[in-house]
Design a protein around this ligand. Structure first.
Ligand code: PLP
Length: 394
């Protein structure tokens, strides 16, 4: 008998990673799979960042780093927050971690007590709910739909709050919907939160630079929210550095201190070479990465235009990140090519097996009527994938 904890047995496997594994398996069998399931830029890390890493190796950066990150990196993060977000943090408010994923896990572990509720506006990034549960919190989904552009309203927020609400977590630009909260929309949510001073906000801004509609807004920019907002960011997406594993927070000092303590017992400081390289990445002007953002923008147009030609796909225009999140519930109850489709999971599996295109079911993100399609792929791959999808559906 396996001797595992209830903790791990009750945890769901990451569905995005599971889909990627399944796609890899089919590829290994010789199938020509187009992978549109992963949230990973298909670019190489820019050379100026790679050079900084090579330099760091040659300069013998090989020892344990401070648990919360090199001081020079923290200073680069402080400058970045000032430059891009008009946010002022000092060193004791910054913690560098092994990816934004660890940043989020730290925050959950240090803020939540068993039974504390965490509001998750749907759709939310897959790992939020599982991280919250691991910290013995209770994820509370706040549903939205394609009709409201996948954003929650102040009324919905107010209705979802209970005496047990401890936090609200969201990403903007959002993975998976691509929606972006404007400053006015955030202010309206802040006006509700103002009445509940004990609620901590986790603002996940990892897609900040991949924004096609203009200004990025941060919750912590509001003076009355600053003291209880944790701003999460990282280099995986905008700098094409997913494997380097560097994320960070700007937070109220007591939360940063607690995250430092937690990380000190679990992982220690993040990788030394990656940290040195990220100093260079963050100090560079944003123009150094704009070619990738421009490419995402033209792919976005391409995929939306193509999806709009398929009957049964209802798609909002994503404002940021690199995903579309179409509602495909029109196909539920249908049998296509002998394949019975009851839900988004079936639909996603149908696309994988019949069209050889990997996507992710919206169930993983709390919206069971949708699927997520990543357009972090070449234009040729996007065109071919949508052509195949169209063919198997007609
Ligand atoms: N937050 C969101 C919304 C994401 O989409 C991701 C990655 O998919 C992360 C956090 C984690 O990023 P990292 O690679 O820094 O752990």
């Amino acid at each position: 008998k396996e001797k595992l904890s209830d903790r791990i047995n009750s945890m769901a496997t990451s569905q995005t990673l599971a889909m990627a594994a399944k796609a890899r398996e089919l590829k290994a069998e010789g199938k020509d799979i187009i992978g549109l399931s992963l949230g990973e830029p298909d670019f190489n890390t820019p050379d100026f960042i790679k050079d900084a890493a090579i330099q760091a190796i040659n300069d013998n950066y090989n020892s344990y780093t401070p648990v919360d990150g090199y001081v020079e990196l923290k200073d680069a993060i402080i400058e970045k927050f000032k430059r891009d977000n008009d946010l002022t943090y000092n060193r004791s408010q910054i913690v560098v971690s092994t990816g934004a994923k660890q940043s989020l896990a730290n925050v959950a572990m240090v803020v939540l007590n068993p039974g504390d509720e965490v509001l998750l506006p749907c759709p939310y990034w897959v790992s939020y709910a599982e991280i919250v549960k691991l910290a013995e919190g209770v994820p509370v989904e706040v549903p939205t739909s394609v009709e409201t552009n996948f954003k929650i309203t102040p009324e919905q927020l107010e209705d979802a709050i209970t005496p047990k609400t401890k936090m609200i977590w969201y990403s903007s630009p959002c993975n998976p919907s691509g929606m972006v909260y404007s400053k006015e929309e955030l202010r309206a949510l802040a006006d509700v939160l103002k009445k509940y001073p004990d609620i901590v906000v986790v603002s996940d801004e990892i897609y900040e630079h991949i924004n096609f509609v203009g200004e990025h807004a941060s919750m912590a920019q509001f003076e009355d929210m600053y003291d209880r907002t944790v701003t999460v960011n990282g280099v995986s997406k905008a700098f094409a550095m997913t494997g380097w594993r560097i994320g960070y927070i700007g937070a109220p000092e007591y939360i940063a201190r607690a995250c430092n303590k937690m990380q000190g017992q679990i992982t220690s400081g993040a990788n030394c070479i990656a940290q040195r390289a990220v100093i260079t990445a963050l100090e560079a002007p944003v123009s150094k990465i704009s070619h990738m953002i421009d490419t995402f923008k033209s792919r976005r147009k391409l995929i939306i235009d193509l999806l709009n030609e398929i009957d049964g796909f209802v798609t909002t225009e994503p404002e940021g990140a690199f995903y579309v999140f179409p509602n495909i519930s029109a196909f539920f109850g249908k049998t296509i090519d002998g394949y019975k489709i009851e839900n988004a999971g079936d639909f996603s599996m149908f696309l994988l097996e019949k069209a050889n295109v990997a996507t992710v079911t919206g169930e993983a993100f709390g919206n069971p009527d949708c699927i997520r399609i990543s357009y972090a792929a070449s234009e040729d791959q996007i065109e071919e994938a949508i052509k195949r999808i169209k063919e198997v559906l007609s």
